[in-house]
Design a protein around this ligand. Structure first.
Ligand SMILES: C[S@@+](CC[C@H](N)C(=O)[O-])C[C@H]1O[C@@H](n2cnc3c(N)ncnc32)[C@H](O)[C@@H]1O
Length: 229
């Protein structure tokens, strides 16, 4: 049975490390088992942050990536979307004195009410899509596409197609033990790559990071530009 919380009405989600009681060790586990600084550094470089950027992190968790992006480009504007109030509290603590410079939304992307004039040109999400249902994977990517400015960037770092067989086996022995098979297997079979190529323009795989928990892939794409009239 999936170990879930219910922060909003009847909507459930998988906690950061699969079980609520493991949330306090999430940061240590990711650091120890995923070569975290290698893939996060690559993600921040691929985001190519500029001072005028408006950036959303979907499923921002304990805020590690937001904090790293913020120190790489402080003048950009950042918004973290996270349904779990417990990890959100950790993120706010971790971001310390710069936490007030980040907007936090305790909810889902489709419950986000953006003020007029605030439209993101970059949306990033790390280690989230492997934990949501197959329908939600597509829905989240479509919501990202709808929110972004024309030509805006989506950047996804996650467990996607698992190959070679060793990566598939490690993924099965670790992530799939914690998060279950139902939501994670479509990622291992390449569903996210298919969606990215269908929904976005110039979607491409930038890097593959073999880890002790399976392969983490970094993909980037862009929303379709408005056609010339
Ligand atoms: C494995 S953690 C990753 C956290 C962070 N992005 C990172 O890189 O460390 C997945 C996070 O996604 C959140 N989450 C789960 N379902 C979600 C959804 N439908 N929309 C947005 N966030 C979700 C969880 O609460 C959790 O904090």
């Amino acid at each position: 049975m999936r170990d879930t919380s219910l922060p909003r009405g009847d909507r459930s989600f998988t906690p950061a490390l699969g079980k609520v009681w493991l949330t306090p060790v999430y940061d240590a586990a990711i650091a120890l088992l995923t070569r975290e600084h290698v893939w996060r550094d690559a993600a921040v470089r691929a985001a190519d942050l500029k001072p005028f950027d408006k950036v959303i992190d979907v499923g921002s968790g304990t805020g590690t990536l937001l904090r790293q992006m913020m120190s790489s480009c402080p003048p950009a504007e950042y918004l973290g979307v996270e349904p779990d109030p417990d990890v959100l509290a950790i993120a706010e603590r971790k971001c310390g004195s710069v936490s007030h410079m980040i907007q936090w939304h305790n909810g889902f992307l489709d419950t986000l009410d953006l003020g007029r004039g605030w439209q993101p040109n970059k949306i990033i999400s790390s280690l989230v899509l492997h934990q949501v249902s197959p329908e939600q994977k597509r829905a989240i990517l479509e919501q990202i596409s709808a929110l972004l400015t024309p030509g805006g960037m989506v950047l996804i770092a996650d467990y996607m197609r698992q190959e070679p067989p060793l990566m598939r086996r490690l993924f099965r022995m670790t992530v799939q033990q914690l998060d279950g098979i139902e939501d994670t297997q479509p990622n291992a079979d390449g569903l996210i790559e298919e969606h990215l190529q269908e929904i976005f323009e110039d979607a491409e795989r930038l890097r593959v990071f073999p880890t002790a928990t399976g392969a983490i892939l970094l993909w980037r794409g862009y929303t379709k530009k408005v056609p010339d009239s």
